[in-house]
Design a binder for this molecule. Structure first.
Ligand SMILES: Cc1cc2nc3c(=O)[nH]c(=O)nc-3n(C[C@H](O)[C@H](O)[C@H](O)COP(=O)(O)OP(=O)(O)OC[C@H]3O[C@@H](n4cnc5c(N)ncnc54)[C@H](O)[C@@H]3O)c2cc1C
Length: 167
């Protein structure tokens, strides 16, 4: 089974949109890694995150640090030979993004960002109360450096006929 790099921007975007959450990798003040699952929205090569105003993540992101975001589609266990451990793989696609956190303070831009996040999950448009918008923190991360990979791609010639049904 093979791992392939994915170069096409369109495919990278499709993978990101398929994901339910991303993992936000930060470095804290003691140089310790701090990785959190977070919801997100995506539009025009920008990832939108949101959080409350308090807490470790918000304090770190307010500094505008470099972050590493990881997205991974649902994975599926596959194998070429059921009895051979090293023929087992996970089939999935993942995207890794490096960028810098930019806090968004403008009220109308925050509303747009919330719409983009809600679109990712519901496909619907919402209204938000003024205090809710003022209170929420919006963090934007532009896709400065991106890599994407596809894992567990079977070598079809090596598969027995019955195995092919799994893919
Ligand atoms: C599926 C999913 C989606 C989420 N989406 C969002 C989102 O969009 N926005 C958002 O703000 N938060 C989201 N969260 C929660 C997020 O992962 C953090 O828990 C939250 O943001 C608080 O982080 P903090 O740094 O402010 O924590 P603090 O309140 O400062 O946490 C104190 C300590 O708690 C521990 N801790 C914090 N978070 C976690 C965690 N997730 N798991 C285990 N230990 C933890 C750490 O040791 C940390 O030092 C999501 C969580 C899940 C599971």
């Amino acid at each position: 089974m093979h791992t392939y790099s994915i170069e096409e921007q369109e495919r990278v975007e499709r993978i990101i949109r398929q994901c339910a959450l991303c993992y936000v990798g930060l470095i804290d003040k003691n140089r310790r890694p701090y990785v959190l699952p977070m919801n997100f929205g995506y539009k025009d090569e920008i990832i939108y995150l949101h959080s409350g105003p308090e807490g470790k993540a918000a304090a770190l992101m307010a500094e505008g640090p470099e972050v590493c975001l990881t997205f991974c589609t649902d994975s599926k266990l596959i194998w070429q030979h059921q009895e051979v451990a090293c023929s087992y793989r996970m089939r999935a696609e993942s995207v890794l993004v490096y960028g810098h956190v930019v806090p968004e303070e403008d009220f109308d831009e925050k509303v747009k960002a919330l719409d983009i996040i809600m679109q990712q999950y519901s496909g619907k448009t919402f209204t938000y109360s003024d205090p809710a918008v003022k209170n929420v923190k919006i963090w934007k991360v532009a896709l400065e450096e991106v890599s994407a990979k596809e894992f567990g791609v079977p070598s079809r010639n090596a598969l027995k006929y019955k195995d092919r049904d799994r893919f």
